[in-house]
Structures are given as structure tokens and as C-alpha cells.
Design a protein around this ligand. Structure first.
Ligand code: CAA
Length: 444
């Protein structure tokens, strides 16, 4: 079977930022620690007035193509995953291709384009589609560009307001990739749920607390399904990037996953002296008593040195970018992978041929778990990214500016404000066309 996976990745943040423990907590009259310690968030990225899901996607893709020396003819497929689309018919990928055609010779006339929707998991589904397209030999030697892009805004005052974010990740999917190969086994947990949805509306209707329970249940089912195909052990994976709506969510999911994977292994035996063995359902008369015992065991587990060492090694490094940018919805799990690889490079960790266990999630609701193998080109690839530069250069919003920018990106409002940053060598939103389409130009 062919080795197919992610050959290269690019990152594009919205150019504004909102300081959560500073600006946001002060106006909300909340303890800053609720954001930094509770949710695990320091800042959210926002798009400036001339940025949107298309500009962020096109700017990430252009940097990807330039870096890899690609021309439109090299690309046979452009897939966009988003839950922030502004058009029910024309996919964002056509707008992105239109942008790119302004700056390259040639065009994407023979590239298959589409748009994937299943909340935040659509980015992973698009990668899967592109991998399958290449594995099925339908690509005629060409690569695919998969882009996840979102402006993840909540209604002002919604419980999710602190978890907003905006940005895009562009991934080049190809044979014999430099970054990671994607293993074929997949675990799925999927149930019709109404935890988070946008029925013909821009901002989500969210049942915040329930959405967290649904996330955990679907992840557990996906892991169980994965384990029917692949044997797992806590030490099998260098990193475990999860979908990260906010780092506190992953902090809750991680011990449940660890407990599950450690059950029946020597890890459980070794921990037994300290915290006892894991409760088994057959030892309890009723479900509630079993659940209570499981919770007690899990709380003790998180206090053990063994768990904490694993968490610091395999989970914590996946959360860094997310804590600085907020929830990027379809990009979130791809930021978690990127964060881990960036951490490994910065800390001299040798990842060649190491494995990742990737847990994606989309409300509505579905989780997917698969393995990836890191390829020897990973370090050179990650070295070429400018994640920190983009994040440091973001314009720090005052509260009044945040309110205006939220209105600018609210489809129900028609607010015109001056941009807070100056565009340079990038695609910008440039007004409306005769059929209500959004127009874009490249600014030198
Ligand atoms: N110091 C330390 N910690 C503090 C604190 C302080 N001073 N004050 C509060 N905290 C802790 C709380 O104890 C809580 O942690 P625990 O859950 O571990 O107890 C945490 O900070 C958050 O506090 P609250 O629960 O009071 O926060 P909230 O109710 O204002 O909002 C939320 C939490 C409901 C998740 C909200 O952010 C939300 O609605 N988010 C959008 C939905 C979401 O992201 N759901 C996640 C799963 S769905 C998904 O993943 C899809 C997706 O991308 C949207």
C-alpha cells in the first residue's frame, strides 16, 4: 500500500488578538485564573476588517505553495473544511482557487474542489478524503491542498465567547510525505446530537456543559472502535493531539483515555500498589456506584507521578498554540499536531518514525481516532513555519475595538471600520460583486 499523508503544513492566524486574562476578564469582572487555569486560554485570534475565512485560507495556501515550489498544475484537488461558510452553494475552495489564480501563472481548472461540513471534525474528514483519492490512484501524480478555516465567533455574552478564535491551516496531502503518514485504521463514535449547531444562523446555539459530556462520550466510543483494530498502550504514542475547543477540555479527556488504554496492562498493575486496580462493572450492583468508583479512581490517577509524567510528555505540548489563539474549530486538532511537532523541534526530541494518536471531534456529534507515523522530513518542514512571528505580531485589541471587530464580522450588522493593521503581500477582502459574492485582491 502507498504511504500517503501530510507532506507540508501552513498556519495563518487572524491578525488581531484579544487578551483573555487581561482585557476580557476585566470587563467580565471575572478572576483571570478562570481563563488561564480553568479554560487554559491566554488569548483569542480575530480577523481584521479585511480578513475572513477566504483570505486566511488563501494566504496559508499561497505560503504553502511558494515554500514547496508548487504551481497550480501540481494540484489536483482543493478541499476546504469550515463551519463558517457564507454561501450555501458556492464552496469556499472556489474563492480560494480564484485568489490563487490572481498570483500564479496557470489555473486550477482541472482540480476537483469541494467543501466539507461536520462541525470541527470536517478538517480531518477532508484530509481523509484526499488521502483516499491518492491511495485510489485517482490523482494522476498530483497532490491535494486541504484547508481548514474558520472565524469561530459566538454571540456576544454567550458562554462560549471566551473560546472564540480565527485562523486557517493549509495542508499538502501527497504520497511519501515529509511530515506524517496516515495509518488506515480508524475508530469512529458517531451519534445524532443537538449539543452545538447553527440552523441557518451565523452564531452557534450551544449547550456548553452538555457539549463537554458529548465530546467525552463520542471520544470514548471512537477509542473503543479503534481498539477493535489496533492494540494500544499509553507509551505507544509520542504525542496525542486532540480536538481542543479550549485546553481545559483536553485536560478532562486525557485521564479518561489514559485509564482506558492502561486497563489490563502492566501500567495498571504498577499503579495498583498506589491507587488500587481500576473498578470493573461486574463488581458493582448498580451503574451509579460503578461510575462513582470510576470517578474516584480517575481523580487518584491524575495525582500519580506516572500519569503526570505521561501528561507532560504526550498531551501538554499539544496545547500551546491553542492556548494562544482560542478555538479554530476545523483547524483545532491540526493546531494540536503542529504544536506538538513544534515543541519537539524546539526541545531536540527525535520523532523520526514515532507515532501520534490523533483524536478529532465535531459537534452534532462525531469523534474519530487514527494513528500517524512521523516521517524523517518533519524537522525541516516545521523549521520553515513562522507561527511565533505571526502570533507576536498580532494587534492587541482594546475592549471597544473588540466590540467593533465582532460587529464587522457579524453578518447581521453592516458596520464599516478602518482596519487596525496594514495589509502587506496578502489577499484581502475587497467588497461585493454584482451577485452578492465576496471579492478579493492581492495587496503587494
Ligand atoms: N481559577 C481556576 N479555575 C477556575 C476559576 C478560577 N478562578 N474560575 C473558574 N474556573 C474553572 C472552572 O472550575 C471550570 O473548570 P472545571 O470544568 O474543571 O470545573 C473552568 O474554569 C471553566 O469555568 P466554567 O465552567 O464556569 O466556565 P463557563 O461555564 O463560563 O464556560 C463552557 C465553559 C461551557 C465550556 C463554555 O466555554 C462554552 O460554552 N464553550 C463553547 C462550547 C465548547 O467549547 N464545548 C466543548 C465541547 S464541544 C466541542 O469541542 C466542539 C467545539 O469546538 C465547539
Amino acid at each position: 500500500m502507498k504511504d500517503v499523508g501530510i507532506d507540508a503544513v501552513e498556519f495563518r492566524s487572524g491578525k488581531l488578538k484579544l487578551d483573555l486574562p487581561g482585557t476580557f476578564a476585566e470587563v467580565k469582572d471575572e478572576d483571570p485564573a478562570k481563563y488561564t487555569k480553568g479554560l487554559g486560554l491566554h488569548a483569542s485570534s480575530f480577523p481584521d476588517a479585511y480578513e475572513d475565512i477566504v483570505t486566511m485560507a488563501a494566504n496559508a495556501s499561497k505560503r504553502l505553495m511558494d515554500r514547496k515550489g508548487l504551481e497550480p498544475d501540481d494540484i489536483g484537488r482543493i478541499d476546504v473544511a469550515t463551519e463558517s461558510a457564507f454561501d450555501h452553494s458556492k464552496p469556499v475552495s472556489t474563492y480560494v482557487a480564484g485568489c490563487l489564480e490572481q498570483v500564479y501563472d496557470g489555473d486550477f481548472r482541472h482540480a476537483n474542489k469541494g467543501e466539507r461540513k461536520f462541525a470541527c471534525i470536517a478538517g480531518t474528514q477532508s484530509v481523509d478524503d484526499a488521502v483516499n483519492w491518492i491511495a485510489a490512484d485517482k490523482n494522476r501524480g498530483r497532490a491535494a491542498i486541504v484547508i481548514s478555516t474558520d472565524t469561530a465567533l459566538y454571540e456576544r455574552g454567550d458562554s462560549g465567547e471566551a473560546t472564540q478564535g480565527a485562523g486557517a491551516v493549509a495542508m499538502l496531502i501527497d504520497e511519501d510525505p515529509d511530515l506524517v503518514t496516515i495509518e488506515p485504521e480508524q475508530g469512529i463514535g458517531s451519534v445524532d446530537e443537538t449539543d452545538f449547531l447553527k440552523p441557518n444562523q451565523q452564531f452557534p446555539s450551544v449547550d456548553g456543559k452538555r457539549s463537554m459530556q458529548v465530546y467525552l462520550m463520542r471520544m470514548r466510543e471512537a477509542l473503543e472502535d479503534y481498539e477493535t483494530q489496533v492494540e494500544t498502550h499509553p507509551d505507544d504514542f509520542a504525542f496525542i493531539p486532540f480536538h481542543t475547543p479550549f485546553p481545559g477540555m483536553v485536560r478532562k479527556a486525557a485521564p479518561l483515555g489514559y485509564r482506558h488504554v492502561a486497563r489490563g496492562t502492566e501500567v495498571e498493575d504498577e499503579l495498583a500498589e498506589e491507587i488500587g486496580r481500576q473498578p470493573r462493572p461486574e463488581a458493582f450492583d448498580d451503574d451509579e456506584a460503578y461510575r462513582e468508583a470510576l470517578k474516584e479512581y480517575t481523580d487518584k490517577l491524575t495525582e500519580t507521578e506516572r500519569y503526570q509524567e505521561w501528561y507532560s510528555r504526550a498531551i501538554e505540548p499539544t496545547l500551546d498554540i491553542s492556548s494562544r489563539v482560542g478555538n479554530w474549530y476545523t483547524s483545532s486538532v491540526h493546531l494540536a499536531r503542529l504544536s506538538a511537532l513544534k515543541h519537539a523541534r524546539e526541545n531536540g526530541i527525535d520523532l523520526d518514525h514515532e507515532r501520534l494518536l490523533v483524536g478529532s471531534y465535531g459537534s452534532g456529534a462525531q469523534a474519530e481516532i487514527h494513528g500517524e507515523t512521523v516521517q524523517p522530513g518533519w524537522e525541516d518542514e516545521i523549521a520553515q513555519l513562522n507561527v511565533d512571528d505571526q502570533l507576536v505580531e498580532r494587534y492587541d485589541l482594546s475592549w471597544e475595538e473588540y466590540e467593533q471587530i465582532h460587529d464587522v464580522h457579524n453578518h447581521e450588522e453592516s458596520v464599516d471600520v478602518d482596519p487596525l493593521t496594514a495589509p502587506e503581500k496578502e489577499f484581502v477582502f475587497d467588497g461585493w460583486g454584482r451577485m452578492g459574492e465576496r471579492k478579493y485582491t492581492y495587496v503587494e
